[in-house]
Design a protein around this ligand. Structure first.
Ligand code: 4AD
Ligand code: MG
Length: 431
């Protein structure tokens, strides 16, 4: 008999198969038991009819409790009413382990309880769907950058300096010296771009931010492309093409997951490049028009501001050319207007906030040295970064996309904590 998985049953219609599975749920009507089975690849219903199986098989099926592990043996039937399109007519059940008192029952549980049981909660259909969408975003990311001439380069996690500012650095000992966990691989990716032209990274990122919002994780995953001979405008085109590509890939390859999450797919279908652009200046005016009286030129935007701006568009929107004073030291000033930089944040629709931060980088050695003085970057750990401007400096740009915020938006998940398998939050390091 063929041993297979739920995802593969479509190849075995009207044939007998054996599948390793867990019991998600069970209904019984005396003479028939309906087993809701999952195996990680999907969900399927197994139908056990008392008059059609041995007495022992019926008893074994009856003994199954929630999250018991088993092998199910049965005939694959096409069934148009079931979400997967297939059903199993059960012939036999081999119990592997009977589970007792599984903590997560079909009733409502509070979020802290579920988070404490994250190692088990991952098995539920909603969490499964969100993390399958995460997987598709990662797959489509590699596909997009590989198809477009990028080389993947891995920056270090342990670093001797800060990339995005010193206030939210994770400090650790590096033998008898000090080190920090990476806040961004960008500075290293700039070195890589000078060696490979177009590069991207995908790795863990650490921010010791005391933020407790639906958009903040302490440990998250970032995709950071960096491109030599590429100006800010050219970088925006790559960004909108990339984001469109991952959204369309999820629409194509995660139909079942989007359905399980009740995601309004018409909103996602509209996500096609090009995306609208609004300058920081115009965004300030837009906010004033919308009644935000307290915001002034030079202020950074908070979540309510971003949401209000995004509401005016049905696609992600680039907010460009922020004031130099509120952005990172490495951003290139606009040659026509020194007080703003060649940068953009990409704000997702529906209130999911900033998913990309990007900019053209300073390529002029003396200007970068000036910025080092202004920002007090005296640590020798920054020396090597200057050398990139000393030996064959070129115009270059790059950006960072936050994976969890992007997955939250695409999957329609309110809080980023459900978009990463084991979230690290201000008050959570367990499990
Ligand atoms: O805007 P950020 O800080 O940009 C950088 O780190 C640049 N060095 C990237 C680059 O140009 N290579 O972070 C980029 C993105 C944000 O837009 C957001 O999506 C995500 O990373 N992000 C977070 N996601 C979850 N939790 C946090 N605490 C995040 N902080 C940033
Ligand atoms: Mg940012």
């Amino acid at each position: 008999m063929q041993k297979t998985t739920i995802a593969e049953v479509k190849h075995y219609v009207e044939q007998d198969v054996k599948i390793g599975a867990w019991l998600a749920n069970k209904r019984s009507s005396g003479k028939i038991q309906f087993l809701q089975l999952r195996d990680g690849t999907g969900f399927i219903q197994g139908v056990v009819v008392k008059s059609e199986v041995s007495e022992e098989a019926w008893e074994r099926a009856s003994s199954l409790t929630q999250e018991s592990s088993l092998y199910i043996i049965g005939t694959v039937r096409e069934d148009h009413r079931s979400p997967s399109g297939y059903e199993l007519t059960v012939k036999d059940v081999e119990v592997i382990q009977l589970a007792h008192d599984y903590p997560i029952t079909p009733k409502e549980h509070g979020i802290e309880f579920l988070m404490d049981h994250r190692h088990l909660w991952l098995r539920s259909s909603r969490q499964h769907a969100i993390l399958k969408i995460r997987n598709e975003v990662i797959r489509a990311t590699y596909e997009f950058f590989n198809n477009n001439g990028f080389t993947k380069v891995d920056p270090p996690i342990l670093t001797g300096s800060s990339a995005e500012g010193t206030t939210d650095l994770f400090h650790t000992k590096y033998f008898d010296r000090d080190a920090y966990l990476s806040q961004s691989g960008q500075l290293y990716m700039e070195a890589a771009a000078m060696a490979f032209g177009k590069v991207f990274s995908f790795g863990p990122t650490f921010r010791a931010e005391k933020s407790k919002t639906r958009r903040h994780l302490i440990e998250f995953w970032m995709i950071e492309p960096e491109m030599a001979f590429t100006d800010h405008e050219e970088s925006l085109v790559i960004q909108e093409n990339y984001v469109s590509y991952i959204v369309q890939s999820v629409l194509k390859n995660c139909q079942m997951e989007l359905k399980a999450l009740d995601r309004d797919v018409s909103k996602l279908e509209a996500i096609q490049a090009p995306f609208p652009r609004i300058s920081y200046d115009d965004a300030i005016q837009l906010l004033k028009d919308k009644g935000f009286d307290d915001i002034d030129w030079g202020d950074d935007f908070g979540a309510p501001h971003e949401t209000a701006i995004a509401e005016s568009f049905d696609k992600p929107v680039f907010i460009t050319n922020y004031p130099t004073s509120i952005k990172a030291f490495y951003m290139k000033p606009d040659p026509n207007r020194e007080e703003v930089v060649l940068c953009a944040d990409l704000i997702a629709p529906e209130g999911y906030g900033e998913i990309i931060g990007g900019s053209q980088r300073i390529d002029d050695l003396s200007l970068l040295e000036e910025r080092y003085k202004e920002h007090n970057l005296t640590d020798p750990a920054y020396e090597w970064y200057l050398e990139l401007r000393r030996y064959g400096s070129v115009p270059h740009s790059g950006f960072g996309l936050g994976l969890e915020r992007t997955v939250a938006w695409i999957s329609g998940t309110e809080h980023v904590r459900e978009t990463i398998p084991f979230p690290r939050l201000l008050n959570r390091l367990y499990p």
